[in-house]
Design a protein around this ligand. Structure first.
Ligand SMILES: NC(=O)c1ccc[n+]([C@@H]2O[C@H](COP(=O)([O-])OP(=O)(O)OC[C@H]3O[C@@H](n4cnc5c(N)ncnc54)[C@H](OP(=O)(O)O)[C@@H]3O)[C@@H](O)[C@H]2O)c1
Ligand SMILES: *[C@@H]1O[C@H](CO)[C@@H](O)[C@H](O)[C@H]1NC(C)=O
Length: 376
């Protein structure tokens, strides 16, 4: 049996789903000669660790209780009563993580799985890289801070996986890495990488006003609680930056051209969400409608996409042919077109659900299994 010890950072929607996937895949992994040993789990404040972390694990019934406690909004500290574990609170938790990494990183191997949505994990991640640990990320922040951080995390390229940072479970990063390692030059990537914006842009085609479409997206649960978090384009920009950096562009988030679908004077520091949804959006309807009509008269549709080409990396609305994979997009799927020497006229197209706890966690789990050969 090969054992893969891991520490989970972040037990929100994705992290908890990952713990459930791990438990439900026990017999599958057993057949493959694999065992995933969950050594510790942390949230923003605390860290729970198996009391004897060199040999023991947090077992499935403990982890299921942990998920229950987190879902109920309680602190991980509540789990101390169950025994078999130790709870550390920030900042002691940081020291404990490094202690575990220095014991396990180079002997049994260890994976740090970042399912948080925070930049605060970067410091620890950079240190455990030097202690021999592997890294698996759903969190985009560590790969979208400085170039130095990015390069540090990629010190050992075989020890890092981050499929779920772009397009959730879709095999975007894996496909791109295979293309790159085959020496096939990537000329251009165009992608709709936000389920929300994919839905919004395709609905506009039918002549519906932006205000109505955004409200519909919100009530369907496609948007963040404040839809401006989607409409601003920052999440798409982070994904674009990760793709651009993989292609070798040495750029930072503030080098990107990012088009926001709402003006600064409708920002969250100026307008409440309700005001924006009720009054602000109405003011944007006419301009958007004009752009939709102009595109349509050219046989095109509007899509909110990232475009990565040469040294260019930008995020915003583009006119694209109706009769292309992106042009045909309806609903909340992600669609990515990759143009290379081998895929020149007809791009390689990757399409499917680009969000959701389930698919995202599945992508993270597949990443962990993918590095099994690094474990003794
Ligand atoms: N959900 C999706 O569809 C999707 C798709 C692709 C990628 N992702 C990415 O996956 C990540 C997780 O998403 P989510 O929806 O599960 O987020 P979430 O529900 O907000 O959960 C985030 C978790 O991270 C914890 N956390 C915050 N700071 C931390 C720190 N410094 N160290 C350790 N843990 C910390 C939070 O702790 P508390 O519980 O104490 O607040 C919480 O448990 C995000 O980066 C997101 O962008 C999500
Ligand atoms: C993901 O998990 C969070 C937290 O449990 C939940 O609020 C959200 O509805 C889930 N999202 C989906 C698409 O299942």
């Amino acid at each position: 049996m090969k054992t893969i010890p891991l520490i989970l950072m972040g037990c929100g929607g994705v992290g908890r789903q990952l713990l459930q996937h791990i438990a439900s895949c026990r017999s599958l992994h057993f057949k493959q000669g694999l065992h995933l040993r969950v050594v510790g789990v942390c949230d923003s404040r605390s860290l729970v660790v198996a009391a004897d972390f060199l040999n023991k694990e947090l077992d499935d019934s403990f982890l299921s209780e942990l998920c229950r406690v987190k879902l109920g909004g309680s602190s991980l500290a509540k789990l101390a009563d169950l025994g078999e574990c130790q709870v550390f609170v920030h900042p002691e938790s940081q020291g404990k993580l490094l202690e575990i990494a220095s014991h396990l990183g180079k002997s049994t191997g260890l994976v740090f799985v970042d399912c948080s949505a925070s930049s605060d994990t970067i410091v620890v991640l950079k240190q455990v890289v030097d202690l021999g640990s592997c890294i698996v990320l759903a969190n985009k922040k560590p790969l979208t801070s400085t170039m130095e951080d990015f390069e540090k995390l990629f010190t050992h390229p075989r020890r890092i996986r981050h499929e779920s940072t772009v397009g959730a479970g879709l095999p975007v990063i894996a496909s791109l890495n295979r293309i790159i390692s085959s020496g096939d030059p990537v000329h251009r990537i165009v992608g709709s990488l936000s389920g929300t914006l994919g839905f919004v842009m395709s609905e506009l085609e039918d002549g519906k006003p932006l205000s109505q479409v955004v409200r519909a997206a919100k009530s369907l649960g496609y948007t963040e609680p404040d839809p401006r978090d989607d409409l601003g384009g920052m999440d798409v920009a982070r994904k674009a930056l990760i793709l651009a950096r993989i292609l070798g562009q040495q750029i930072n988030l503030n080098d990107l051209k990012i088009e926001s679908l709402y003006p600064e004077e409708m920002g969250s520091s100026v307008m409440t969400v309700d005001d924006f949804l009720g009054r602000g959006l109405l003011l944007l309807d006419k301009d958007v409608q004009k752009r939709v009509e102009k595109a349509s008269s050219n046989g095109n549709v509007l899509r909110y996409v990232c475009v990565i080409e040469g040294s260019r990396c930008e995020v915003g609305i583009q006119e694209l042919p109706k009769n292309s994979a992106l042009g045909r997009l309806r609903g909340s799927d992600n669609v990515l077109e990759i143009y290379t020497r081998c895929y020149s006229e007809q791009p390689l197209v990757i399409q499917g659900a680009g969000a959701g706890n389930d698919t995202t966690a599945a992508g993270v789990l597949a990443d962990i299994i993918d590095i099994q050969d690094l474990f003794p």
